[in-house]
Design a protein around this ligand. Structure first.
Ligand SMILES: Cc1cc2nc3c(=O)[nH]c(=O)nc-3n(C[C@H](O)[C@H](O)[C@H](O)COP(=O)(O)OP(=O)(O)OC[C@H]3O[C@@H](n4cnc5c(N)ncnc54)[C@H](O)[C@@H]3O)c2cc1C
Length: 412
């Protein structure tokens, strides 16, 4: 398959904003720049085309394809799109914040906290993130200030109890940071409390006043997201739009880490490959079916895997699924008068079975077992009915095949 990676900046994302990474397996300590370069070189070696400084403006569906429009007006067309645009931590917007980013100003305690052993630190924010990350920072901080612009914190009570009861933790409220300063590294923050400016000596400022995932803004059509704007996926990283996957920081999940981003992407890519194969198989089998219906159908399909000899469906059972073979072979048998199994059909890649029982609302006429390792796409009753309804030619063809099979399987 042909794959292109588009990035509006240089390749590497947030890793490039990280001085040292010390929690990526296999790399005891590596600079963000080096890890990003190694990842890119590795992917290029396996054939990935990387286009840097190509900013995506919009993604829309057209039939079974996604049309990706770049800011420069170029359009690309793909069967599947994996969204890994991450997000942006909300910035304080004060003097010194940009200058000291990476030199005392951080937006990730888990990532950078360990660099501040024995230091006085400040957490800015009053929500769950600020408190969770603040708790993490207490492992390293000598003193931890929690600066929040309101008197009340929004964080869950249990988090507040755990953090604020520690001797080393001191809340400063209601207060707003007005400036961050130092001499090459952060040494202090100025805060405004009750109209007066106070200088607080700290070596690290951890800002958690929000994170804005940016993925959903790329889509013209609705894409499911949670109340904070993170894209919702299933366990295969599928979003609500067929053929669109999400991975990493832009996805609704617990951790925002390199390991989880890489893991998400692995799952997404493996599934996307299958999705494209299934799409093509279904289009070949039902050429008159509208392409967008095929994409919808495949996105609802369940991938099932069988070992040689495994039972897929059993004669006499209630019919509840339609199957199409992606890989491998299967065999249909029927019980003969003497109880032995008589082979009545063989199926290979692209063949379908299970339609007779669904169309006639009748028990299975035959038993189907995997003859080799078998991968099938299974459609439930409702999805199969939708496929039949959307094209008369498809329904006629499936009914014709079903009638032939019914005759072949009639009691002998
Ligand atoms: C300061 C800091 C330190 C960190 N340290 C660590 C650490 O030590 N260990 C760890 O595991 N994690 C760390 N993290 C978190 C980690 O960097 C992220 O979890 C990870 O980078 C997420 O990867 P991602 O691909 O989802 O998103 P990102 O890394 O955010 O990458 C998104 C990419 O999408 C591109 N993009 C955005 N919009 C568009 C568009 N419209 N068109 C084209 N391209 C676009 C961006 O340019 C960017 O390259 C740190 C984060 C920060 C901010």
């Amino acid at each position: 398959m042909k794959v292109v990676l588009l990035d509006s900046k240089d390749v590497g994302g947030e890793i490039l904003n990280t001085e040292l990474i010390e929690d990526y397996p296999g790399f005891e300590s590596v600079t963000g720049a080096e890890l990003a370069r190694k990842m890119a070189d590795h992917a290029i070696k396996f054939g990935l085309k990387i286009e840097t400084y190509k900013s995506v403006q919009e993604v829309r569906s057209e039939g079974d394809h996604k049309i990706v429009t770049l800011v420069d007006g170029t359009e690309l067309s793909a069967y599947a799109v994996l969204v890994t645009v991450g997000g942006e931590p909300t910035k304080l917007g004060v003097v010194g914040e940009k200058e000291y980013h990476g030199r005392g100003v951080s937006y990730c305690a888990v990532c950078d906290g360990a660099f501040f052993k024995g230091a006085d630190l400040a957490v800015i924010g009053g929500g769950d993130s600020a408190f969770q990350e603040g708790l993490f920072l207490t492992r390293f901080a000598k003193k931890l200030y929690v600066v929040h612009r309101r008197n009340e914190f929004r964080a869950q009570a249990i988090l507040q109890d755990r953090l604020l009861k520690m001797d080393k933790v001191e809340p400063i409220t209601p207060a707003e940071v007005t400036e961050i300063g130092g001499n090459g590294d952060v040494k202090w923050i100025d805060i405004d409390r009750d109209g007066k400016t106070e200088r607080v000596k700290v070596e690290g400022v951890f800002v958690f006043i929000g994170f804005k995932p940016v993925g959903r803004h790329l889509f013209k059509e609705h894409i499911e997201h949670d109340k904070n704007g993170y894209l919702i996926t299933d366990q295969y990283m599928r979003t609500s739009i067929p053929g669109v996957y999400a991975a990493g920081d832009t996805r609704a999940q617990l951790a925002k880490q390199i390991t989880t981003a890489v893991g998400d992407a692995t799952t997404a890519v493996l599934h996307a490959e299958r999705y494209i194969e299934e799409l093509k198989d279904l289009e070949r089998a039902f050429p008159s079916e509208p392409k967008d219906v095929v994409a919808q159908t495949v996105s609802k399909a369940e991938l099932q895997v069988f070992a040689p000899g495994d039972l897929v469906l059993k004669e006499g059972e209630v019919a509840d699924r339609f199957y199409m073979i992606i890989k491998g072979e299967a065999e249909a048998t029927q019980r003969g008068p003497d109880g032995s199994q008589i082979v009545i059909n063989r199926f290979g890649p692209g063949d379908y079975f299970g339609e007779v029982g669904l169309l006639n609302d009748a028990p299975r006429l035959a038993t189907v077992r995997a003859k080799t390792s078998l991968e099938v796409m299974a459609l439930d009753r409702e999805t199969f009915a939708g496929l039949m309804k959307s094209s008369q030619a498809t329904e006629d063809e499936v009914r014709r095949v079903a009638a032939g099979r019914t005759r072949a399987a009639s009691p002998r």
